[in-house]
Design a protein around this ligand. Structure first.
Ligand code: NPW
Ligand code: K
Length: 493
């Protein structure tokens, strides 16, 4: 699913109005009905609903939502806010329509803000995607009040005060909703961990905006859901054999960190590679043979670290990094690998740190190499950023400059392609913030590369399936108990 920016969303709206055709007032009605449908599934009719409306179209939605809920039997009160600025035409039209159902109360000063009983669900329809500047004055006082309540808050389209596609300042006043019900597509700002408090649990509801516009309008940002991920899966043919599915090489492990090698190796096999060879230091030989009998093992001459590059001819993809450490002989191994590799490559963990500390190696990265940094590793690679929008932009510039693919790990892992397009992942949960899950991801993606998946598909699908396995595991045992081995256990597609 494409993620459009605020201007594109306005254009999408206008395109739909012109081409469907539909009046903007009817489109607002459709959006409001879609919101109400979600709302009625979430909150029973006995919950009183108070709607706080600004004067733009977001406020217009609020008025229409209030009317529809009231017609549907909810006990609804409406608060309009008296602040400088002109009301939109559809807001005014909906205010007229509302009057035969509900008499709104105007808030002219913060002292007019009502006492809100505990049971009330508050709907935030103050400002939407038309936000153009920080919220000030009475509107900001109202947001502060709303945020001080213990009541459930549901934001219409986007939390009031939150920008759609740019970073807010640290001290901006923004609603902190429990839920956001957003129209037609997720918003870029929802993808940023810094905004988690300002989205709550967010849900996209379709409002029938033009499919044609969505298809023909280029976007730089995408949200990878089930369908987008599954279309990338290559079905296995009946007459295939293990040679069909490639031979992966994982260079992993060091003394005390053989677990990283085991986890990535297991994940690699569970992700469909025909054959797997693990290259590990001598101390890891028995560990690998016992814990991963399905894999072959080549051992380094060094007891504790990897120093030698195995002959690469036999392999269809290579993954390097989990648990390897940063000793000088390992740095040399990474350099030699970059000088000689002719098959798809994944670089993770300490191999990324080696790149950060030996920056001349960056110029040797083969095109479409997949890098899987967590935020700290990414910072070492690409430098500091003052917020997550800036960090994402730094990631795009890095990916374009070096022609690599970056999986920037976190909630909604961002897969940044070498043309700068970003695919945010929809799966995964906070239980996966535990040691070893990154090693699992490396194994999955290396496996897909070995099976000749295009690098973009390997990254996007690998990240999706990794998160999905984590979600299955969390559903079975809860987030706190989740460990990386569980993610491997629940892989499967
Ligand atoms: N897209 C769709 O398909 C559909 C969208 N719909 C709905 O429309 C919403 C977008 O509507 P919208 O453009 O009228 O924006 P919204 O945020 O309500 O108000 C903008 C007004 O507020 C003003 N303003 C800006 N910042 C301000 C501030 N800090 N403090 C005070 N005022 C501020 C701004 O002033 P200006 O920037 O022009 O000076 C302008 O006058 C969208 O979120 C969704 O709910 C659905 O109804 C139907 C389908
Ligand atoms: K809002």
């Amino acid at each position: 699913m494409k993620i459009f920016n605020a201007q594109q969303i306005r254009d999408w709206d206008a395109y739909t109005i012109a081409h469907e055709p539909v009046s903007s007032l009817d489109l607002m009605e459709r959006a409001s009905q879609a919101f109400v449908k979600w709302f009625c599934n979430q909150f029973v009719q006995t919950r009183p609903v108070w709607v706080f409306c600004g004067k733009g179209n977001n406020g217009g939605d609020g008025l229409a939502i209030a009317r529809i809920l009231s017609t549907g039997g909810y006990d609804v009160q409406v608060y309009t806010i008296d602040y400088p600025g002109k009301a939109s035409a559809d807001y005014s039209a909906n205010l007229e329509r509302l009057k035969s159902h509900i008499t709104p109360t105007q808030i002219a000063a913060i002292t007019d803000f009502p006492e809100v009983p505990e049971q009330v669900v508050c709907i935030d329809a103050l400002l939407g995607t038309g936000l153009s500047r920080p919220v000030e004055g009475l509107l900001s006082e109202i947001i502060v009040k709303l945020n001080s309540l213990t009541n459930k808050i549901v934001s219409v389209d986007i939390a009031s005060g939150l920008y759609t596609d740019q970073s807010n300042a640290q001290d901006d006043v923004i609603v902190k909703p429990h839920f956001t019900v957003t129209f037609q597509c997720p918003k870029l700002s929802f993808m940023m961990p810094q905004n988690a408090h300002f989205t709550g649990s967010w849900h996209v509801v379709p409002i029938g905006l033009s499919e044609e516009y969505a298809q023909q309008t280029p976007a730089s940002y995408y949200f990878t859901e089930k369908k987008a991920a599954e279309t990338r899966i290559q079905p296995r043919q009946k007459f295939s054999h293990k040679g069909t599915f490639g031979h992966a090489l994982l260079v992993a492990g060091s003394f005390g960190k053989m677990g990283a090698a085991v986890l990535s190796g297991k994940a690699c096999l569970r992700s469909g590679a025909g054959l797997l060879t693990m290259h590990v230091p001598a101390c890891g030989y028995e560990i690998m043979q016992i814990s991963l009998p399905e894999a072959m093992t080549t051992v380094d001459k060094h007891e504790k670290i990897n120093t030698q590059l195995p002959e690469l001819d036999a392999y269809s993809a290579v993954g390097i990094g989990p648990g390897i450490g940063k000793e000088q002989p390992t740095v040399e191994l990474v350099e030699k690998l970059l000088d000689t590799i002719g098959v798809p490559l994944l670089i993770d963990a300490d191999a990324l740190n080696i790149l950060s500390e030996n920056r001349q190696l960056l110029d040797k990265l083969p095109a479409k190499t997949i890098l899987t940094p967590h935020p700290k590793e990414f910072q070492r690679l690409a430098g500091d950023s003052s917020n997550e929008f800036e960090r994402l932009e730094a990631g795009r510039q890095f990916a374009i400059r070096h022609q690599v693919i970056i999986c920037l790990k976190g909630a909604n892992t961002a897969v940044i392609l070498s043309n700068g397009d970003v695919h945010f992942n929809s799966t995964g949960n906070a239980g996966m913030a535990t040691g070893g899950t990154g090693d699992v991801l490396s194994g999955i993606i290396t496996s897909l590369l070995a099976q000749k998946y295009p690098a973009e598909d390997a990254a996007i699908l690998g990240v999706y399936e990794h998160g999905l396995a984590g979600d299955r595991a969390a559903a079975r045992r809860g987030q706190s108990a989740l460990i990386a081995s569980d993610v491997v256990e629940y892989l499967g597609w």
